[in-house]
Design a protein around this ligand. Structure first.
Ligand code: COA
Length: 145
């Protein structure tokens, strides 16, 4: 991801997470509130990957390397492109951006298809943290080779 991708990435992220927001009845999920400036700043410390269909950005994910851990976040695929394996592909690319012992990520407790995707990819639940009456975050870990 380069700064020139930021607007398109945020558009895909907002479209993707709007569906999650409906699930949690919460229109203020952090991925929906992220500004252009915040994302540009985050690219100083995180690597962003994009999935392209020609010149169109159809998906993205962020990875922050911290010691031997990869923190994976904001996995998003454009709603009209979901269910074709792009999410799994982006996740697998995110896991290989650097040599690491583990990949860490989280999702919401109601996000059954996300939990299935992560379980298929080898992630194991570590803990649950209740954020408020609507959202509990499920923290997952994958041991890397
Ligand atoms: C989570 C997300 C990134 C997954 O992206 P995706 O591209 O749809 O993911 P995949 O295509 O790899 O897998 C999704 C489903 O399609 C199925 N699938 C994958 N390739 C397929 C194919 N070729 N044919 C039919 N089905 C397929 C998968 O088995 C999976 O099915 P399931 O939900 O019943 O388990 C996407 O749904 C999204 O952007 N969600 C909103 C944001 C979000 O919640 N992000 C995660 C934050 S933690």
């Amino acid at each position: 991801m380069v700064v020139g991708d930021v607007d398109a990435v945020l558009a895909v992220q907002r479209a993707a997470f709007s569906i999650e927001a409906q699930l949690y009845d919460d229109p203020s999920l952090p991925p929906l509130r992220e500004s252009r400036e915040q994302l540009v700043n985050e690219l100083d410390s995180s690597l962003g990957l994009v999935a392209l269909d020609g010149v169109r950005v159809v998906g993205s994910v962020r990875v922050r390397v911290e010691g031997r851990s990869l923190h994976i976040a904001r996995l998003s695929v454009a709603p009209d492109q979901q269910g074709r394996g792009l999410g799994a592909l982006l996740l697998s690319r995110a896991e290989s951006v650097a040599e690491a012992e583990e990949a860490l990520l989280f999702t919401g407790h109601l996000s059954a298809s996300n939990l299935r995707l992560y379980a298929r990819a080898g992630y194991v639940e570590q803990r649950r943290v209740r954020v408020d009456e609507r959202v509990t975050l499920v923290y997952l870990r994958k041991q890397l080779a």
